[in-house]
Write a protein that binds this ligand. Structure first.
Ligand SMILES: C[S@@+](CC[C@H](N)C(=O)[O-])C[C@H]1O[C@@H](n2cnc3c(N)ncnc32)[C@H](O)[C@@H]1O
Length: 288
């Protein structure tokens, strides 16, 4: 039976707050405007937000670095962000790369909120297009990419999505992305496999608030994270290979703006940096 993915949507709200600690130009304004849409019962405690912000900053910036690398080589590329939630990648990147076209997709409720917030803060975001689509619906995805000329390479990006998927859903989305890239050329970028069970174990051992965050996100989404997502780096690579992808991996940046407000002591900060240095990677995949 197809699962209802709407239950995953509330997990997007906390990331608006995490992002105010990364030094991003639009984050504070965006968070202020988004407050009225964010249900308090879905928000993490302040301590959880502070302690865990460096982890999600690493993931966010690691992903964005890979998109930028691609955009520098392919200035007129199209970035197709799946399950974009309240990400600010597009809003930042279209200003830096004026020839880039950025398509943000998510389930319709989230896209509607995002459009309202962007309008309210009057962000100048030329070349961003918001589209409602279930990333697991081949017809919806095909429709979105059908108007992209084959001369434009595509970077498909997703962050914070695959950890909620079981293996069948991961294979399904991999198949959809494979067909998109076969036609236009390009890459699939995702930092999601980095927070696999091994990484989460190490993080939970260090930070009780990480344990609380994983449990709360799992409850919100109606799917226990440890039964979904990725189990190990080796298994992840095998799965992507089996789906027809060549896999490269790039390390996340190691300097974190959010470390200052993390509330962690010196020893905890050092341990956190070590864990992120070991596990923090972005997967960049092309069609074999
Ligand atoms: C943890 S949030 C991450 C959002 C965003 N990428 C970020 O980093 O802030 C998960 C997102 O996945 C979206 N989502 C879940 N299942 C989806 C699906 N099948 N198709 C499209 N979006 C989906 C949710 O609506 C939500 O915005």
């Amino acid at each position: 039976m197809e699962r209802n993915h709407k239950t995953i949507s509330p997990t997007a709200f906390n990331h608006i707050i995490f992002r105010t600690h990364y030094g991003l130009p639009l984050a504070d304004k965006f968070a202020e405007a988004a407050e009225k849409f964010s249900p308090p019962e879905h928000l993490f405690s302040r301590e959880t937000i502070r302690n865990n912000s460096p982890i999600f900053e690493g993931r966010y910036k690691g992903g964005e670095q890979a998109i930028e690398k691609f955009a520098k080589k392919n200035p007129n590329c199209v970035v197709l962000e799946l399950a974009a939630g309240f990400s600010l990648h597009g809003a930042d990147l279209v200003r830096k790369y004026p020839k880039m076209k950025y398509i943000e997709t998510d389930l319709s409720e989230i896209i509607k909120m995002k459009e309202k917030i962007i309008k309210e803060i009057r962000a100048t975001v030329p070349n961003i297009f918001f589209k409602s689509a279930n990333a697991l619906d081949p017809a919806a995805m095909k429709k979105i990419v059908s108007r992209i000329p084959s001369s434009r390479k595509i970077a498909v990006y997703c962050e914070g999505l695959l950890s909620y998927f079981d293996d069948n859903e991961k294979k399904k989305i991999a198949g959809i992305i494979h067909s998109i890239l076969e036609k236009n050329g390009g890459i699939w970028i995702t930092p999601d496999p980095a927070l696999d069970i091994n990484a989460r174990k190490a993080l939970k051992r260090l930070l009780p608030s990480m344990r609380r965050a994983v449990s709360k996100a799992g409850k919100m989404a109606g799917r226990k994270l440890d039964n979904h997502g990725f189990r190990s780096e080796e298994e992840t690579d095998k799965l992507f290979h089996a789906c027809g992808f060549l896999v490269r991996k790039y390390a996340w940046p190691v300097k974190f703006n959010a470390m200052r407000i993390s509330g962690l002591d010196t020893a905890q900060k050092e341990s956190l940096k070590k864990i992120l240095k070991k596990h923090g990677k972005t997967w960049v995949m092309s069609v074999q």
